[in-house]
Design a binder for this molecule. Structure first.
Ligand SMILES: [Zn+2]
Length: 225
């Protein structure tokens, strides 16, 4: 009976880092092939195929009739006389999981099926990502639109801000004779002196005819704008 213990795994894969790697390869299901034959002395010849990103590693393990590992071998550079590599470790873990009891024994992952599943899962992930991106872009657009709307609203509000309805004080300080160089005091909160507003002949005539402050005020407004 082939029964490889955890102690055997730890004894053979003596370097802790290689054991971590082995567990990771096993967890990721990188062991795609296992083949076990038994010879006439009762020794188990285990050979595996570990596929990692398209690279193929071929670990081998020889186990005696008492399920003790007597030798290991791999085509990688990580196995030496002190420790087995992660590929050998992953193979041992896979054999523990499969616990075969009839020999010769064969296990093989349907690589085509796995490739299809991986493709499907990649497509699902891509679709999900695209949906998230579309949602993100939609939110960004909404933010921009809101900002633009607010901006236009503010512009309109500012444009239509009413002018103060408080009347403007206007006081004629001086009008120099017939030349009509006139000086005003004008303002809402405080009065500013506006000196020497020059009037044309036309305005002079108007003022001479009317001579009312009210009209002069209007005239002043027309002049300064
Ligand atoms: Zn190896």
């Amino acid at each position: 009976m082939l029964f490889i213990t955890d102690n055997e795994f730890e004894r053979v894969v003596s370097r802790a880092r290689n054991r971590d790697i082995a567990r990771e390869y096993y967890r990721r299901d990188y062991v795609v092939n296992v083949s076990i034959t038994i010879d006439n002395r009762g020794y188990y010849h285990i050979s595996g195929k570990v596929m990692i990103n398209g690279n193929i590693y071929l670990p081998r393990v020889l186990v005696n009739p008492n399920s003790k590992i007597v030798s290991t071998d791999c085509n990688c550079i990580y196995a030496d006389e002190y420790t087995a590599c992660g590929h050998i470790g992953a193979l041992i873990l896979k054999v523990q999981e499969l616990s075969p009891n009839t020999f010769p024994y064969r296990y093989a992952v349907d690589l085509e099926k796995r490739a299809q599943e991986e493709k499907k899962s990649a497509m699902r992930e891509r679709l999900l990502w695209e949906q998230q991106m579309a949602e993100f872009r939609r939110m960004e657009r909404e933010k921009e639109t809101n900002a633009l709307t607010d901006y236009i609203k503010n512009q309109l509000v500012n444009q239509f801000t009413p002018v103060s309805s408080k009347p403007v004080h206007l006081k004629l300080l001086r009008a120099d004779g017939w030349n009509f160089n006139i000086t005003f005091k004008v303002g809402r909160e405080r009065d500013y002196i506006v000196k020497r507003v020059f009037l044309t002949l036309y305005h002079k005539c108007k003022i001479m005819n009317i001579m009312l402050m009210e009209r002069l005020y209007l005239l002043f407004i027309i002049l300064i704008f």
